[in-house]
Design a protein around this ligand. Structure first.
Ligand SMILES: Cc1ncc(COP(=O)(O)O)c(C=O)c1O
Length: 359
């Protein structure tokens, strides 16, 4: 069997064709066209959020958010995909990295508290819901009030995750999503931002269209980050099937947990998570040597895996901000194959190979 690390969900061509015909008939290919409006509405409904702005990828989602919220100095998690921090560096936003919690692998609120206590320079916290595992959102809410700082969640992994009674995406001043083809839900390339305040949403909507206002007048610096109509057609097509996609991913995730939970260390899920999305299956090994051994073993069985995330982002952007927990985890974590087409048999085979290595 050929096992793939990831395999993007292919949109049904028949359904796609009906959407694409609508685009061709409307002559409206981009800039907030009818499918853009429809996808926005359907996603808001599905995710139970308001003020959702579609954008052309998850990295621009972060950059536009920083701009719309006026981020000037940020505290950022070191354990995330490179885009979370490179988008800050790209905009020359001074950033400090604060370490993660050893159990959840998310930014540690008590360390952020200490950092904010010692300095009034920061105006924003950038935290990632790593692998779709919710951050300590209530603690970050408290820090936001205590120090008057904004909280931005990189929620690229958290599509469909629910926290208590509501969508995880409703926490913070903004949450950003990536709709890259490798993600749970995708538009090939794409993303979205969910803003708490309608005013900021309106501002961001102008920013992603060259800062042109509703009268057609440019009002300052802007960028082009609009999702086009063909990509919205992909999103609408896949959204029809999203419950199946999420259900399958959860089944795979649960099977891995059952088979490997006692053999390897796993991140500890936030206990208030009421619905997961099975976006990734990370395993934490004892040390780097052990990680390399398991990786070589999996390679030998043609089983791909990914050192995700590695390196720890402080080491790329600001090595003087030591983050020992993040650095340690980055050196010994592996993500196993997980996608809509992965079968339970494949999960059992992968788990067996890892189990054999333990003997
Ligand atoms: C946590 C995180 N943030 C941001 C991004 C960037 O998203 P995109 O690839 O859509 O620009 C990704 C993509 O993998 C991600 O995993």
């Amino acid at each position: 069997m050929t096992i793939l690390l990831n395999k993007p969900v292919a949109p049904c061509l028949k359904t796609m064709a009906t959407y694409l015909e609508q685009v061709n008939a409307s002559d409206w290919y981009t800039k907030f066209g009818p499918l853009h409006q429809k996808l926005t509405y359907k996603l808001e409904e599905y995710l139970e959020v308001k003020n959702l702005l579609l954008v052309s990828n998850g990295t621009l989602a972060l950059q536009v958010t920083y701009k719309a919220l006026g981020v000037k100095r940020a505290i950022c998690t070191p354990f995330s995909y490179i885009a979370t921090a490179s988008s800050l560096a790209w905009d020359k936003i001074p950033t400090s990295f604060v370490d993660i919690d050893l159990n959840s692998l998310n930014l540690c609120p008590s360390l952020v508290d200490k950092k904010l206590e010692g300095s009034s320079d920061f105006d924003s916290i950038i935290a990632t819901h790593v692998y779709g595992n919710p951050c300590a959102v209530e603690s970050f809410d408290s820090l936001s009030s205590k120090y008057n700082v904004k909280v931005i969640y990189d929620a690229a992994h958290a599509f469909g995750v629910r926290y208590g009674e509501k969508s995880l995406l409703r926490f913070g001043d903004a949450s950003t999503l990536s709709f890259n083809a490798t993600k749970v839900f995708h538009t090939i390339e794409g993303g979205a931002i969910i803003f708490k305040e309608t005013e900021v949403y309106e501002k961001a909507k102008q920013l992603i269209n060259f800062s042109i206002d509703s009268n057609g007048t440019p009002t300052g610096a802007g960028i082009n980050a609009v999702l086009n109509e063909y990509q919205c057609a992909v999103g609408l097509t896949l959204l029809d099937n999203i419950d199946n996609i999420l259900d399958h991913r959860r089944i795979i995730f649960n099977e891995y947990t059952k088979l490997l939970g006692s053999l390897v260390e796993l991140p500890i899920w936030n206990e208030n998570t009421s619905l997961t999305n099975g976006s990734y299956f990370p395993v934490i090994l004892k040390n780097e040597l052990e990680k390399n051994r398991i990786k070589t073993l999996l390679d030998g069985h043609d089983i791909p895996c990914r050192e995700y995330f590695s390196p720890s982002l402080n080491m790329v952007f600001k090595p003087e901000d030591a983050c020992p927990v993040s650095q340690s985890i980055a050196s010994r974590i592996l993500c196993l194959p997980l996608h809509f087409y992965l079968t339970l048999d494949e999960v059992r085979h992968i788990s067996r190979v890892i189990k054999e290595s333990r003997k």
